[in-house]
Design a protein around this ligand. Structure first.
Ligand code: HEM
Length: 137
């Protein structure tokens, strides 16, 4: 069954100690029950409630055990805003013009190579690293 998805607007509403959700790497976690048990403190989680805590979570250098614990609090995925420009790794390959086989009058140097086309698109259309879409903004 497909995972439940939540928009950022919905997640934002769960930002109170008695109703606390956070986002880590595009996944939504309900940490309401965990906040009292968090070894890093309740306030730490309160501060990131209702928003993307990916960077905060990574900056601490959480152990493998901590990463395993995430599963317990997972409630669904963040719905991707389709109007956002995502990093190139998640952008579907753009459709390219059909490539004609080289003829005697057309040198292969004139054919647009898919890698080259991607490079141009990545240069002007993709959000700079660290500014991932609207989520971390
Ligand atoms: C569901 C999400 C989270 C889980 C399951 C979790 C779990 C843990 C665990 C098990 C530890 C003990 C140390 C370790 O094993 O790495 C820890 C420590 C800590 N966590 Fe989290 N954590 C979560 C989210 C966060 C977030 C979002 C932040 C920052 C905003 C944070 C900040 C800290 C800090 C500051 C410590 C103390 C590190 C230290 O004393 O060295 N945690 N966490």
């Amino acid at each position: 069954m497909a995972a439940k998805t939540y928009t950022l607007e919905v997640v934002k509403q769960h930002n109170k100690p008695e109703d606390l959700w956070i986002i880590i790497e595009g996944k939504v976690y309900d940490v309401t029950k965990f906040r009292n048990e968090h070894p890093g403190g309740e306030e730490t989680l309160d501060e990131v409630g209702g928003r993307d805590a990916t960077r905060d979570f990574q900056d601490v250098g959480h152990s493998q055990e901590a990463k395993q614990m995430l599963k317990k609090y997972y409630i669904g995925d963040l719905e991707v805003d389709k109007t956002c420009k995502l990093p190139v790794s998640t952008t579907p390959t753009p459709s390219l013009p059909p490539q004609l086989p080289p003829t005697t009058t057309q040198s292969s140097a004139n054919i647009v190579k898919p890698e080259a086309a991607n490079t141009i698109i990545a240069d002007k259309d993709v959000a700079p690293p660290g500014k991932q879409c609207c989520v971390l903004a």
